[in-house]
Design a protein around this ligand. Structure first.
Ligand SMILES: Cc1cc2nc3c(=O)[nH]c(=O)nc-3n(C[C@H](O)[C@H](O)[C@H](O)COP(=O)(O)OP(=O)(O)OC[C@H]3O[C@@H](n4cnc5c(N)ncnc54)[C@H](O)[C@@H]3O)c2cc1C
Length: 315
């Protein structure tokens, strides 16, 4: 069985950043990654200082070679279970067995879970196909690229109205498609005040021509021309492993981790979108870095009393 100081589950920005810190701290590190980073459909990573506009795959490839260059083991695969090994003796160290779907097992002193989140988006024809291209969610990721163009916002999610007001900062031509949601009188007045159009007729599909979104088709068959459409997804954390390990959650159901990624379960850490829906690539990388430093300190703290106890053993 392979033995590590830290097994990182998930090799996106958060996981690779943690692995970089930990391998540079001379820890034995494995990163197990299922290979489906959240931003894979997008052509570019925007807003990452120094790497703005880089394709997501290139950013990860650079991270792979940096981590491997310091001796980290990069593994393709999906982690199925993590179990804590029984501790025996006064100064026993924490141990976990990380089991991959192919049956292989990694023993490790600490686990860091950076498994990201899933975006649940409306089930309307064209939405899934255009996701990350011209059916967008994040104006900070894509807004500049579609600035001043005719934009739409699909209603439905509770936060969609606020989202439309945000998108309005990038274009003066924004239409809000209520998509079944009921607007209050105040909300309609606010949309008028900001010159945001409102369409109450149900949306049937996104219209695509020459591999480009050109409009939003309504039930009547009428098409509202749009160059891009924004949606506010429902964010679902990939936190099964954390939950099954017994990590405490916030009232909103998301697993609780402190500013260093420490969860309520000793030895279990988490970072990035798995515990923080707001994390952008640079934030996820920062959280991973902070977790890497904190885990290294935690390992030192665990080793110190054991070293002292060993020193005091009668010869
Ligand atoms: C379409 C789109 C475009 C975006 N564009 C931008 C942008 O331009 N700029 C920006 O800052 N942010 C952008 N984001 C947000 C960005 O994707 C996230 O901030 C970032 O991916 C979070 O990094 P992470 O490491 O937490 O998770 P991820 O990057 O999602 O990485 C998680 C990894 O864990 C793996 N994994 C999951 N479960 C397991 C398991 N059980 N075992 C092993 N591996 C597992 C996944 O396969 C994945 O590779 C975009 C998001 C989307 C949806």
């Amino acid at each position: 069985m392979s033995k590590y100081d830290v097994v990182v589950v998930g090799g996106g920005a958060a996981g690779l950043s943690a692995a970089l810190v930990l391998t540079r701290a001379r820890r034995r590190v494995a990163v197990v990654d299922a290979g489906e980073p959240r931003n894979a459909p997008a052509a570019h990573v925007q807003g990452f200082l120094g790497s703005d506009g880089l394709p997501p795959s290139e950013l990860l490839a650079a991270g792979h070679s940096e981590v491997a260059g310091y001796g980290g083991d990069l593994m393709s695969g999906t982690v199925a279970t993590i179990t804590q090994c029984a501790q025996t003796g006064a100064h026993a160290r924490l141990r976990f067995d990380v089991v991959l779907e192919d049956g292989s097992t990694l023993r490790t002193r600490r686990v860091l879970i950076t498994t990201g989140l899933r975006d649940e988006i409306p089930d309307i024809p064209g939405v899934r196909e255009r996701w990350g291209r011209d059916l967008l969610h994040c104006p900070y990721c894509h807004g500049y690229e579609v600035r001043d163009q005719p934009l739409g916002v699909l209603g439905g999610a509770p936060e969609a109205v606020a989202h439309a007001h945000l998108i309005r900062e990038w274009s003066s031509d924004v239409v809000f498609f209520t998509n079944g949601a009921t607007l209050t009188v105040d909300q309609r007045e606010q949309f008028v005040a900001r010159a945001i159009g409102v369409v109450d007729e149900p949306v049937t599909r996104l219209v695509v021509e020459n591999d480009q979104l050109t409009g939003v088709e309504l039930q009547s068959g009428h098409v509202v021309p749009r160059a891009a459409v924004f949606v506010r997804p429902h964010f679902v954390p990939n936190d099964d492993l954390l939950v099954r390990l017994g990590c405490a959650t916030h009232d909103n159901g998301w697993v609780a981790a402190d500013a260093t990624g420490r969860t309520s379960v000793p030895g279990v850490w988490a970072a990035g979108n798995a515990v923080n829906p707001r994390a952008q690539v640079i934030t996820a990388a920062g959280e991973g870095s902070a977790a890497g430093i904190a885990i290294n300190n935690d390992l030192v703290d665990e080793d110190l009393p054991i070293a002292v106890a060993n020193l005091r053993l009668p010869v």
